[in-house]
Design a binder for this molecule. Structure first.
Ligand code: HEC
Length: 324
């Protein structure tokens, strides 16, 4: 009698447990759930416009791109002569830091604001120049739809159509559609802070212990200089000093390899130097997949500070390599 009822009890508990596991699994693996009904930032808010990605695939903005996902969205155009390529390089660096999480629990979308020029093929070529990995789509569509989307996402920028392209809003929108948490950020922010925001806070995850770096591993603080600051915020997504080529060439020893006036002009106005068909510039441009270094609109003081920094870092790195 006792035994029977115990077995009965166990059996019914087991059934209950299986039942709950079943529900939990169904919730986990069921269709992607978007924001709950009544959320101000759900299907009713986001326009479900048609877009086409760099591979020519048709997608819908709400249903296919953001519903139930953690996403990073910005607006670009491939013909941009000013800082947009710096933004794409920064986003590429962020993608590298997030690793294979991009495409599994984080999705990146760069949407063109110049759809007449930026066809899927043009976007594909642009993505390839920056070595973009899977999980990051480049999208085009109808101009009116894209303008509506920019307005809804709060990334419209200048209202004057004459300078729409040059003054477009460079912020990125980061959000978790399911929880309705959205925030605007600049890609110029510290990249570890962005990784933490996108990879952890937005996901309601805590960083794993082993992912948190120990203070003992931290690099020595080298005393902040203007050149150091400028290099880290404007150049390091494309260049390293002594750690190999990135999107642009490794700049170790560049101060001794190039004529000082040439270097100064190049950093200040690379677009003009290239347009003059300067032979060094042309050779570099061809070597680096025809990705042009952007004119970052630096002042003479900034350029001088950068050259000084490049020179000091090169000396430091070379002498520490020699003493090894
Ligand atoms: C978007 C990527 C990008 C950014 C940002 C960028 N560069 Fe470049 N840089 C390049 C590329 C690519 C080249 C190769 C030439 C070309 O294709 O235009 C280059 C070339 C150079 C060269 C010439 C190297 C040589 O061998 O002579 C120097 C010097 C240089 N960059 C310095 C800088 C500095 C300093 C900054 C920051 C103020 C910077 N770059 C920002 C992409 C970039």
């Amino acid at each position: 009698m006792m035994r029977k009822s115990l077995v009965g009890l166990l059996r019914s508990n087991l059934l209950a447990i299986l039942f709950f596991i079943g529900i939990a699994l169904a919730l986990e693996s069921g269709p992607t759930r978007g924001a709950p009904p009544g959320s101000p930032w759900g299907a009713d808010y986001f326009p479900n416009i048609n877009l086409v990605n760099q591979d020519g695939k048709d997608v819908r903005f709400y249903d296919d791109l953001i519903k139930g996902k953690v996403v990073v969205i910005n607006f670009i155009f491939t013909n941009c002569k000013l800082s947009c390529s710096l933004e794409t390089a920064r986003l590429r660096h962020l993608q590298a830091l997030l690793g294979d999480r991009v495409g599994s629990d984080v999705f990146i979308y760069s949407i063109t604001i110049d759809p007449a020029h930026d066809t899927p093929a043009v976007l594909k070529e642009y993505a390839e120049k920056f070595g973009v990995a899977p999980g990051w789509q480049f999208l085009t569509g109808k101009e009116a739809d894209i303008t509506l989307l920019r307005r809804k996402l709060g990334l419209l920028g200048s209202q004057d159509p004459a300078d729409q392209l040059d003054n477009h809003n460079l912020s990125v929108l980061v959000g978790n559609e399911a929880t309705g948490r959205w925030t605007k950020r600049s890609l110029g922010d510290n990249s570890q802070v962005l990784v933490n925001l996108i990879g952890y806070q937005m996901q309601n995850k805590r960083m794993q212990r082993e992912e948190q770096k120990s203070y003992a591993d931290a690099r020595e603080i080298q005393g902040f200089s203007r050149g150091n600051y400028l290099f880290n915020t404007r150049c390091s997504s494309c260049h390293t000093i002594g750690a190999g080529d990135r999107l642009g060439p490794d700049l170790l020893q560049v101060t001794s390899q190039r004529d000082r006036d040439w270097l100064f002009r190049w950093i200040k106005e690379p677009d003009v130097v290239l347009a003059e068909k300067d032979p060094i510039a042309l050779a570099l441009y061809q070597k680096f997949k025809e990705l042009s270094m952007p004119n970052l609109q630096l002042s003479d003081i900034d350029v001088a500070a950068l050259i000084d920094y490049l020179e000091k870092q090169s000396r430091l790195i070379t002498s520490s390599n020699e003493s090894k």
